[in-house]
Design a protein around this ligand. Structure first.
Ligand code: NG1
Ligand code: ZN
Length: 542
């Protein structure tokens, strides 16, 4: 380590005084103007992680669904996964170090993790379309370079595309080619082969309206469109040509407001979907003949996918274990449907895809989705081999099912939840099963629900257990929630501190929208009173 150079260059990316940030569920995220030093330092950290793992590490510059003025950064581990927990701590430690302590902190991390500083390092970098992203990714590159790391800057990429690149590079090209072309070709080939097998390829199944949140998804989908146009025609909205990123559009807006995005004209029964700002989330929706809006969220996406996979396995005659992984935010109806009707085991983890991803790895086939539309399906290597063999050996009908499964495995991004890949999987399944968007929606009816935020002085006073479904502290809060929940039918409520915003999140569901709204409000008041609420008391009405 050239400590002199580090000190010199670090001063050019100086940390603002008194600023403390934490590497949370989605890396670092805050106003873009506060992030220059964090980017430089994450460049340094990525080099150390790369040396330690002897693998390529990814750095993605994005703040996903946050407003355009924000930005963020997260590191991607060798298999496309989120950063290991001990390194998240190092990230926080390094990001908050004072200038004069930088050398000591770097040495400290290297020693703790037994990093061989002589080892080569390679870092790949991607960024979203925010105005601040280009300059910030340059600061990451400065950090990588000053520690002697090699790098490849992919420029504009969706978050899942960067995960894909990292995964490809660390698996010797077996997973795919680590280029944008490689990504387009791998997914489109699988998609086109799959949809060729659909008997009903009538026009109604083949066109889709996509709200791109005025983000990177628009650019990448436009580039990719002609690769799969035989199977699907997409019409892009909020493509960034005029509107602001994530403003009144995108998956997060549609899911949390339960209404369509601005800038998209929807005729009744047309199939529509929204990506978020970095294209790792997707939700579907449509207007019925009476003009009512219907949201199809991550839970219903997981249901469609897991049912279809289960059907294929039955057809092939393979008894592999499938599991669905959700969080506490999953709609109660979805969990009930999966367990009781589909007979698929369901598991609940803490919020944040790294927890879901980790759990999903325990199954032959693990399907995981957050209700907000972030998810994918993971296939163990053994399953992949078995399916490939079946596709060669089995007789006619079974072989067809095995072929489909083989293509589906190729179509899912195994490195991360991916809006583009999920969209193609969903479109293929709908075409293969001849399902309309209404038929898909009718699998089960969501329980009415409401999500609220409460401002408190210190959200860390709330701690939870049982995959965030029970509050352990502050004292009395869980008892208060239990009493409130008892007042309503089919009800459930929980609270947890957000990992990405300085708020406490409240979730409630019940048999009617009115009850869900009331319950959510009452729980908010309990949080405000018992967990040190600040500002105005929560008011009823939304
Ligand atoms: P927080 O702010 O911890 O609730 C949100 C989402 C997560 C996840 C992260 C990262 C909800 C309720 N929470 O986390 O699911 O996507 O952002 O983007 O949707
Ligand atoms: Zn995102």
């Amino acid at each position: 380590m050239d400590l002199g150079a580090i000190t010199k260059y670090s001063a050019l990316h100086a940390k603002p005084n008194g600023l403390i940030l934490q590497y949370g569920t989605a890396g670092f995220r805050t106003k873009a103007e506060h992030l220059d030093h964090v980017m430089f330092r994450m460049g340094l950290l990525a080099v150390l992680r790369s040396k330690q793992t002897k693998s390529t590490i990814g750095v993605m510059v994005t703040a996903s669904h946050n407003p355009e003025e924000d930005n963020g950064v997260k590191l991607v581990d060798p298999l496309g996964e989120m950063l290991a927990p001990s390194w998240e701590e190092h990230a926080t430690y390094l990001a908050n170090a004072e200038e004069q302590d930088m050398q000591r902190v770097l040495i400290d991390i290297s020693e703790k993790e037994a990093v061989n500083l002589q080892q080569d390092a390679f870092v790949v970098i991607g960024r979203d379309t925010r105005p601040s992203s280009e300059k910030l990714s340059q600061s990451v590159i400065d950090g990588v370079t000053v520690l002697g790391g090699q790098f490849h800057d992919y420029g504009l990429l969706t978050t899942p595309q960067l995960h894909y690149m990292v995964y490809c590079r660390n698996t010797g090209g077996r997973y795919g080619k680590a280029t944008i072309e490689g990504y387009y070709q791998k997914l489109s080939k699988a998609f086109v082969e799959l949809t060729k097998q659909a008997s009903c390829s009538g026009d109604e199944y083949r066109s889709l309206k996509v709200d791109c949140a005025n983000g990177i998804g628009a650019l990448k989908l436009r580039e990719m469109e002609h690769y799969f146009s035989q199977g699907l025609s997409v019409q892009l909205f909020n493509d960034g040509s005029k509107g602001k990123l994530n403003h009144l559009c995108g998956a997060d807006f549609v899911k949390s407001h339960q209404k369509p995005p601005q800038g998209m004209e929807i005729k009744s029964n047309e199939r529509c979907c929204s990506f978020d700002g970095d294209a790792d989330r997707i939700v579907y929706y449509y207007h019925d003949a009476d003009g009512h809006f219907h949201l199809i969220d991550g839970d219903k996406i997981a249901t469609l996918i897991s049912s279809f996979l289960k059907e294929l396995l039955v057809e092939i005659g393979e008894s592999l274990n499938i599991g669905v992984v959700q969080t506490a935010y999953a709609n109660g109806s979805s969990t009930r449907y999966l367990e009781e009707v589909m007979k698929v085991p369901v598991y609940c983890t803490k919020t944040g895809v790294k927890h879901l991803h980790h759990k999903a790895r325990e199954f032959d086939i693990g399907v995981y989705f957050e209700a907000n539309g972030h998810g994918t399906a993971l296939f163990s290597t053994a399953v992949e081999m078995k399916i490939k063999q079946s596709a060669e050996q089995l007789e006619d009908k079974k072989r067809k099912a095995a072929k489909m499964l083989e293509n589906i495995i190729d179509l899912f991004n195994q490195a991360a939840g991916d809006a583009i890949s999920d969209m193609l999987v969903i479109e293929a399944i709908l075409a293969l099963k001849g399902l309309t968007v209404q038929q898909w929606d009718a699998l089960y009816t969501d329980l009415p629900n409401r999500q609220l935020k409460v401002q408190v002085a210190d959200r860390r006073v709330i701690s939870t257990t049982n995959a965030e479904r029970r509050a352990v502290t502050p004292p009395g809060l869980q008892e208060a929630i239990n009493d409130l929940v008892k007042k309503y039918k089919l009800s459930r409520a929980f609270v947890r501190p957000s990992g990405t915003e300085d708020v406490v999140r409240v979730y409630a569901e019940a048999d009617s929208q009115e009850s869900a709204d009331h319950l959510a409000h009452e729980v908010s008041l309990a949080v405000f009173q018992l967990a040190g609420g600040i500002g105005e008391r929560p008011q009823p009405g939304f």
